[in-house]
Design a protein around this ligand. Sequence first.
Ligand code: IMP
Length: 180
Amino acid sequence: MEAPTGRELISREEVAHRVEELGREISAAHAGEELLVVGVLRGGAVFTADLIRQLWVPVHLDFVAVSSYGKGASSSGEVRLVKDVDERVEGRNVLLVEDIVDTGLTLRYLRQEFAARHPKDLRVCALLNKPSRRLATVQVEYVGFDIPDEFVVGYGLDYAGRYRNLPCIFALSPEVYQQK
Ligand code: IMP
């Protein structure tokens, strides 16, 4: 498999273990209820697919896509919904599933967008969290791992479209993304 220049930050075993724990926690919080899981494309696709298989409450699955970083490693700050859910949101228990919360701008936008549709309950689960980079204060109910301010790839996360298929989380060497 194509490996980037950098180092493994979180192994596939650690990811799997944490996803299992999150699944237990989320299922317990929604025991006896139904959950509409909304994965955020494209980075959240792998995490979403694994997480729903650790949930034991009835699940409906849908996806949204937002505009992202493009080819570089820094955010443009502008967020746009480029694909919406097909499911009705009103009155449902909604769980937004993100790959990573970095500046928080994407999530702030998504939370506002979904809250405006009057769900019964709205929560967010992010596999990774970079608290040091936050520009917008935003609530994240479930976090897999807090990570330092490094650009990471793998398990759905990309750099210029690559490395999404790595089974672990890899921290890219700064010279890779500072070249551009
Ligand atoms: P935010 O709006 O700055 O919180 O960024 C959210 C989106 O930026 C995430 O859903 C990712 O797609 C992307 N992103 C942020 N940090 C990284 C990273 O370290 N690696 C890959 N993508 C990232």
